[in-house]
Design a protein around this ligand. Structure first.
Ligand code: FDA
Length: 394
């Protein structure tokens, strides 16, 4: 194996694999290394094994980070339509599931295979089960002490992702190297993650799912919510977890934005003799109504007749159901988080090239950067777009 490379990319995940063919254009020597035994493991398990590889509606507003503008340039120069074209050219069949989320019809390994094929076709090399121990600056670029010896390169691309799912080999490596070279790191935290509640709080509701509107001061989502043994999950909760902070409440409209007050008032005329709970169960899962009957008993008697409720009483009840305010005790953490919020401060990175503003030839791409997408294919789109920006510049 050569020891002297034009570019070494550390991390054979979505961003690293995708970057390699661009960086190798014009016959430049590119090596991708990863400590894992297989490339693209997160792609393989993503989207329930079918990889939600992008989102048709992807736009800058679907991403968060300290700088709300940083990601615009890369996303504009390599869009979801560019990736869809690539997938189409490779005859990988796909479909839209919901909300613009695009999934493979078959296994997500088709995407890994395509990326590896493109990398090899471009003349780049892939070296797995290789650990980087030390990274040092040299006059000509960088020197890496690795388990296969010393490797040198002009350009070094950090594509080692975030800390989510350590069991799959996720590390804070990119953050450590960034700090070593004087970059700031915005405190990483688990995101797109289920929220937990004190033991047993929702145990009787485990498995119940319903469409809700969920919000904090910073964001609002209309998606499905799922009760679990340990707390709340489902797309709505994963989405809001990226905007929630410890100790803060989340707000849930159990009617999912529908006007429950008018509905119940109309039902009061037609079905007034029935219990409120019976009528509520026409709009909410029966098990949830049963739970609320006990949970709200000190303020509302859901076993009372609908006909006996004044408009004011109905309004108080429906206000409560449309703004169910809960304070999670925590989150499931990196063990199950789909992404890591925070990361390498974009203030130190050039948004057009993804190159460090202070260390020439040092690039950061993908999830390790302080750009985090919503749930729904946005994080892979960021991996593709940022990798393309760096690869083109190299
Ligand atoms: P990625 O994590 O893909 O790759 C990093 C690579 O670096 C890995 O191969 C790792 O082994 C390697 N590495 C780490 N530390 C190293 C070290 N010290 N030395 C050498 N190598 C090292 N997103 C989306 O858009 N749609 C989806 O459907 C899903 N689904 C999904 C499901 C699950 C369960 C998870 C955990 C995540 C998702 N995501 C997702 C998020 C998506 O997987 C993620 O944002 C991208 O994979 C990030 O791509 P990167 O290449 O930046 O990191």
């Amino acid at each position: 194996m050569h020891t002297d490379w034009d570019t070494i990319i550390i991390g054979a995940g979505a961003a690293g694999l995708f970057c390699a063919p661009f960086a190798a254009a014009g016959g430049k020597r590119v090596l991708v290394i990863d400590h894992a035994a297989k490339p693209g493991e997160k792609i393989r398990i993503s989207g329930g094994g079918r990889c939600n590889f992008t989102n048709m509606h992807a736009e800058p507003a679907n991403f968060t980070g300290q700088n709300r503008h940083f990601h615009k340039s890369a996303l504009a120069r390599y869009t979801q339509w560019d990736f869809i074209e690539l997938i189409d050219r490779a005859s990988i069949a796909w479909h839209e599931k919901t909300l613009g989320q695009l999934f493979c019809d078959g296994k997500s390994t088709q995407i890994v295979d395509l990326l590896v094929r493109n990398l090899l076709d471009a003349g780049a090399e892939l070296r797995l089960s290789t650990t980087v121990q030390i990274v040092a600056r040299t006059d000509a670029g960088f020197a890496l002490e690795t388990t296969v010896g010393t490797l040198t390169c002009k350009n070094l691309v950090l594509a080692t992702g975030g800390k989510s799912i350590p069991k799959m080999g996720a590390t804070g490596f990119a953050y450590d190297i960034a700090r070593q070279f004087g970059h700031e790191v915005i405190e990483p935290r688990p995101a797109l993650v289920p929220l937990t509640f004190p033991e047993g709080r929702f145990a009787s509701l485990s498995g119940v799912s319903l469409p809700v509107r969920v919000w904090t001061d910073r964001a609002r989502f209309d998606e499905a919510m799922l009760f679990t043994h340990r707390g709340l999950s489902g797309p709505a909760i994963l989405q809001i977890s990226s905007f929630w902070r410890e100790g803060e409440p989340i707000h849930i409209d159990l009617a999912g934005g529908r006007d429950l007050f008018t509905t119940l008032r109309n039902q009061r005329q037609a079905e007034g003799r029935r219990q409120i709970s019976t009528e509520l169960a026409r709009h909410l899962p029966a098990r949830l109504v049963e739970f609320l009957t006990a949970d709200l008993a000190d303020r509302f008697d859901l076993t009372a007749r609908l006909a006996d409720q004044s408009d004011t009483a109905l309004r108080a009840l429906t206000d409560q159901l449309s703004d169910w305010t809960l304070t999670p005790s925590g989150s499931e953490g990196y063990r199950t988080a789909e992404v890591t919020l925070g990361g390498i401060d974009t203030g130190g990175i050039d948004s057009r090239s993804m190159m460090s503003k202070t260390v020439h030839g040092l690039y950061f791409i993908g999830e390790c950067v302080d750009v985090t997408g919503w749930l729904g294919g946005f994080n892979f789109q960021w991996a593709w777009s940022s990798a393309h920006a760096a690869g083109q510049h190299i």
